[in-house]
Design a protein around this ligand. Structure first.
Ligand SMILES: Nc1nc2c(ncn2[C@@H]2O[C@H](COP(=O)(O)OP(=O)(O)OP(=O)(O)O)[C@@H](O)[C@H]2O)c(=O)[nH]1
Ligand SMILES: [Mg+2]
Length: 631
């Protein structure tokens, strides 16, 4: 209350006192921007298109967990880790002659690498698939069981720890912002109405001529086909539409506030912030547009209040404040085919040879940190969009590696191409691990049609293992393709086969793509409905310790906000409305007493009971002046 009275001194009208506005203050993230109001309303094309980028650097090492080298088994998930040469586990048992030859070749290769590499770190992954044969192939069954159990325990503990660490560190900002963003939108306030009277020579008593305020600008979301990520929202997240112009004399109405159109990429899902799962909108195709919030209504000028009983109204309204909302955007890429596989399998290489996309390709895991899109054109005038996703690791569904961040993009794909690295130690194991991750992440994704492609057939190592891999998959009823992405061998056949899988769906979609862009307005209507609730819908709560009555009701609050207390007729109208909508009656029924505080929206009033008119009266700066005194 003390702060209230100090506030009132600076108020324009000696009569009026307003409670401090409850509107939230939005502090900009950038500390250099001291005043949030200095953020300019962006122009119509406020959020320009951004490119999905491929980063060639490895993510910071801190983001990945160094595996326990003492563990008896190196897991697929360990691939992310640069392993120190000296500690690298080596396979001791040769399963057969071919393995032995391979190991010799590897040893030679390792020696070469050691000479070249000064850092002592090796990002190559294939060695890490090795299973420490000491445990797995131990002849002594009992020991094996004990070892296995012991290992299981250690593994569980480690996994929990790793989970926690992963949660703590999260993923780099650029990856988080690629497909998720939180934005603030606020439509423009309406302009104020004005009190004016026509004064003209030879026109005595020209009558009221105050014009209405203009309506505030609307906020729209629109799909921009040039965008393919939500990265532009890293820099600007506040979108405010322009305020409507104030009314003027000679019945001149204020200008309409400037609209704001926030551009988003195709496939953007919109939720109200903090409400998981509550999808407000899905903007899928170019040109789709949604009206998010209507601008505030312009306040009426005194010309609009002229009536048979009041020909000289001295009243005008404030413009309605524009509604505001925080929204969460999520991008789900609209790709027909998703390329999945373990890191370094050759996914980006495959995309680069089947489309014009130029993703970065390098011989280490996690070259691709953000998904890349490519368009594949077939001879017969059909095109499909293919997405190359970051590599998947064992444990991806629980947050290991990077792939899980992007796994949900596969939800919209009609089919998957699963690339297996033929040069890995155990391609079958790599295949199984990735499939398992897909299944664990979402059974729906796992049910999508998919094609398996065994890559790097040009390498003798991969060539040798192809037959056993093929048999392994055939035994499960899957016929794998073999390709050499780098030499473009088998790639055309592979993508054509993938296309055949989804041909029907593509043709169905074709019809859809010719549809007119959809214009949604249900969100704005919903917000409007909430704000323009009937004025007689309110609830009353009483705080007996401070003798305060709170009256809650969207319609009433809006009415209070639009009442311009500068004009004397506003008070009369306000009292009349409170009487008419039943507030006074309800308060009397609930036992309101002389001097109790009544709060409606931003307004704090004192209850005065009198024989003629009982009702809440605005507090006035001097207690000696009473409503009845100046009525
Ligand atoms: N010999 C051979 N090497 C290949 C083939 N395809 C890809 N590679 C190489 O394998 C390495 C990894 O290729 P990428 O296309 O970057 O693999 P990726 O699956 O996209 O890897 P991440 O993005 O890290 O998950 C690169 O050095 C490629 O040159 C192939 O058919 N034969
Ligand atoms: Mg890649």
């Amino acid at each position: 209350m003390a702060s209230f009275s100090s506030l009132s001194l600076s108020f324009i009208s000696p009569y009026a006192q307003s409670r401090s506005k409850p509107r939230k203050q939005f502090t900009p993230k950038n500390p250099n921007l001291k005043n949030p109001n200095t953020i300019k309303t962006p122009p119509l094309s406020s959020a320009s298109g951004g490119q999905a980028t491929t980063f060639t650097r490895l993510p910071p090492k801190d983001d990945f967990v160094i595996p326990s080298l003492s563990s008896s088994e190196i897991k697929l998930s360990d691939l992310t880790v640069p392993v120190h040469k000296q500690n690298k586990p080596s396979s001791k048992i040769k399963h057969n002659a071919r393995e032995a030859v391979k190991d010799i070749v590897e040893d030679v290769l390792e020696d070469d690498e050691e000479e070249e590499e000064d850092s002592g770190f090796d990002y190559g992954k294939f060695e890490l698939f090795e299973v420490n044969s000491d445990d797995e192939f131990d002849d002594d069954d009992e020991e094996y069981v004990v070892d296995e159990l012991g290992f299981e325990n250690v593994e569980e503990g480690e996994e929990e720890l790793e989970d926690e660490r992963e949660k703590e560190k999260g993923v780099p900002a650029v990856m988080r912002c690629f497909d998720r963003a939180k934005i603030y939108v606020r439509s423009g306030d309406g302009g104020n109405g004005v009190v004016a009277f026509r004064r003209e020579k030879f026109v005595p008593l020209g009558g009221p001529s105050g014009g209405d305020g203009g309506r505030g600008g609307n906020v729209y979301l629109e799909v921009d086909s040039a965008m393919n990520s939500l990265l532009p929202f890293r820099n600007s997240i506040h979108f405010r539409a322009g305020r409507g112009g104030h009314g003027q004399g000679s019945k001149m109405n204020g200008a309409k506030g400037e609209d704001v159109v926030v551009k988003v990429p195709p496939g953007t899902v919109v939720r109200a912030a903090g409400k998981e799962g509550d999808v407000l909108l899905e903007l899928l195709y170019p040109g789709d547009r949604a009206l998010l919030v209507h601008g505030g209504r312009g306040g009426r000028g005194n010309a609009s209040f002229k009536s048979g009983t009041n020909k000289v109204p001295r009243i005008a309204e404030n413009g309605e404040e524009g509604p505001e909302m925080w929204l969460e955007l999520e991008l789900k890429l609209v790709a027909d085919i998703g390329i999945v596989g373990a890191p370094n399998a050759g996914k980006s290489t495959f995309l680069s040879v089947i489309s014009a996309a130029q993703p970065n390709i390098a011989n280490y895991p996690f070259t691709t940190l953000l998904p890349n899109l490519g368009v594949v054109s077939f001879d017969y005038d059909a095109t499909i969009v293919v997405a190359d996703l970051p590599g998947l690791l064992e444990g991806a569904h629980r947050g290991f590696g990077l792939g899980h961040e992007f796994l949900r993009h596969t939800e919209r794909c009609s089919a998957l191409v699963h690339i297996v690295d033929g040069s890995s130690q155990q391609p079958e194991y790599e295949y199984d691990a990735v499939r398992l991750e897909l299944e664990m992440f979402s059974p729906e994704i796992a049910e999508k049609p998919y094609i398996v492609a065994y890559n790097k057939m040009d390498l003798p190592d991969a060539y040798e293992k192809w037959k056993s891999f093929q048999k392994h998959l055939q035994s499960r009823g899957i016929e794998p393709f073999c390709i050499s992405a780098i030499n473009r061998q088998g790639t055309r056949e592979l993508i054509t086969a993938a296309y055949e899988l989804i041909r029907q769906q593509i043709e169905d979609k074709k019809g859809e793509s010719w549809r007119d862009p959809v214009h949604f307005s249900h969100v704005a209507e919903m917000v409007k409905k909430q704000r323009t609730a009937p004025i007689n819908e309110f609830s009353i709560s009483h705080d007996s310790s401070s003798n305060t009555w709170h009256i809650e009701g969207a319609g009433l609050q809006r009415f209070v906000q639009m009442t311009n207390w500068r004009y004397m007729d506003s008070d009369r109208r306000f009292q009349h409305v409170l009487e008419a909508c039943g507030v006074n009656k309800s308060l009397i029924k609930r036992g309101v007493k002389e001097g109790d505080t009544v709060i409606i929206g931003e307004m704090e009033m004192v209850w005065h009971a009198s024989p003629n008119s009982s009702g809440p009266n605005r507090k006035i700066s001097t207690d000696s002046v009473k409503w009845a005194d100046w009525k």
